[in-house]
Write a protein that binds this ligand. Structure first.
Ligand SMILES: [Zn+2]
Length: 457
């Protein structure tokens, strides 16, 4: 639901033009430092079920000229193909009120677009099999965009010497790492932006081989979305990569895995929700980070505490549980602090409550107010509450259609207000700030005084 897309695209176009100019300029003696290639951080998982690793890769395939890989441009698909066509995989509400996920396929020919749609649906089903995606998928829209490739399959599958001409230029063996699937982010953006909104992008590559990646920091490079996940279509374990990567973007969660070589963290407290320099005793005393969850039995199988090793450092910094989906992909559960952070992120990006009755002009006592709510299940515990002049109307609780007069708005010639609040009473939230984020309100002014109503969040 980001609103700066047009501005971001023009920045992206300008940036691309500048990068093109820089690359086209031959090296001259007055400037001995070569222009840096645009590179961006990615995370990948060397083995199915393993811990992640991070590296930097080129933004586009054109810049990786030293390997000569994937530099060929795809032939223009003929007008009879579905190239660029947008599909609705799971559209639950207006994009302004939803977290919009766009899935684009690579290595699918004109005749294989049905296979792409099947793969996209299967991958989304895997991701939404995991909590809290499962309970909160009603706050998300999922779009598909057809990208027609000249050849079936992608570069580097099954072996490093295989080259394919594909719409998004995606390839295994990125930076010489077999399981790292990179793509040309300019080409990905050219398709993803055909969908109404692209908050998050997933690239599904036509392959049975395990692999994928998570790009981050793309908004800083001028793209209208911050994260792109890549994953292979026909490998059951690749879905976990996207479930992990989306958690960085939506839940702002840190990685809980470590590198032996990093040694001891000696800096101060990090902003990360799920990493802390405090021991459990200190955390409880300071009432910070995940202190509200300490000692609880956790969906990952253990007890919430402070386990040494997080945010890449094996010592001097702690994570909430022994294992979780933010540490390794051999477990499909977030820990309780991670679950709460994900729910906070869903509500930050989306609104569960909407109404076609405008709140910016006064309504009559006899006007019907209808509201609609996102469909939330499982962990969620949504409740609708009505108020007249700020006082709760208990008998109206849960109603999605009311008339102010029936709520008790008197015909006394004065102005009154009717407010509806959608409150998520989920037990997966303990932080009052997150609870407030998960509470949405609409207020109408009742009466003919012409005073304006207002919308609150
Ligand atoms: Zn990660």
């Amino acid at each position: 639901m980001r609103t700066s897309r047009a501005a971001a695209i023009s920045v992206g176009v300008a940036l691309t033009a500048i990068m093109g100019a820089v690359l086209a300029t031959p090296a001259v003696a007055v400037d001995p430092e070569p222009a840096p290639e645009p590179r961006v951080a990615v995370e990948y998982f060397p083995q199915p079920g393993g811990e992640g690793r991070r590296t930097e890769v080129p933004l586009t395939t054109e810049t990786e000229t030293e390997t000569g890989r994937a530099t060929a441009r795809s032939a223009s698909p003929s007008a009879s193909t579905t190239d660029g066509e947008v599909g609705e995989l799971a559209v639950t509400g207006p994009s302004a009120d939803r977290l919009d996920v766009v899935i684009v396929g690579d290595g699918y020919t004109a005749g294989q677009q049905d296979a792409f749609h099947t793969a996209a649906a299967a991958k989304w089903a895997d991701i939404t099999g995991i909590e809290p995606y499962a309970s909160y998928q009603g706050l998300m829209n999922v779009w598909t965009v057809d990208a027609v490739s000249a050849e079936s399959g992608i570069t580097g599958d099954p072996t490093a010497d295989v080259t394919k001409d594909t719409a998004l230029g995606s390839y295994f063996w990125c930076s010489e790492i077999e399981r790292l699937i990179c793509a040309d982010i300019d080409k990905v953006a050219s398709y993803a932006t055909k969908a109404p909104e692209a908050d998050l992008v997933v690239v599904v590559s036509n392959s049975a081989k395990y692999g994928g990646a998570g790009y981050s920091g793309l908004e800083a490079e001028g793209y209208p979305f911050d994260g792109v996940s890549t994953l292979s279509s026909d490998n059951a374990q690749s879905s976990m990569i996207a479930a992990h990567e989306i958690a960085h973007s939506v839940g702002l969660l840190a990685d809980e895995y470590t590198y032996d070589s990093y040694g001891t963290w000696t800096g101060g407290e990090l902003p990360d929700i799920n990493s802390s320099v405090l021991t459990a005793e200190q955390m409880a005393a300071n009432q910070s980070k995940w202190y509200r969850w300490l000692g609880e039995s956790d969906p990952t199988g253990g007890t919430v505490g402070t386990y040494e090793g997080s945010s890449y450092y094996p010592f001097g910094i702690y994570r909430p549980t022994s294992n979780s989906i933010m540490r390794a992909l051999n477990i499909s559960e977030f820990n309780l602090p991670g679950r709460e952070a994900m729910i906070a992120g869903f509500y930050r990006e989306a609104n569960a409550l909407s109404s076609e009755v405008a709140t910016d002009s006064a309504i009559l006592r006899t006007s019907r107010i209808k509201v609609s709510r996102a469909e939330l299940t499982g962990l969620a515990a949504p409740e609708l509450r009505w108020y007249v002049d700020g006082r709760p109307v208990k008998r109206a609780q849960g109603l999605s259609s009311v008339v102010p007069a029936a709520l008790g708005v008197p015909a006394d010639g004065r102005t009154h207000t009717v407010t509806v609040a959608s409150v998520d009473r989920t037990a997966s939230v303990r932080d009052p700030e997150v609870r407030a984020e998960a509470t949405e309100k609409l207020t109408w002014t009742v009466g003919a005084s012409g005073r304006k109503g207002h919308k609150q969040h």
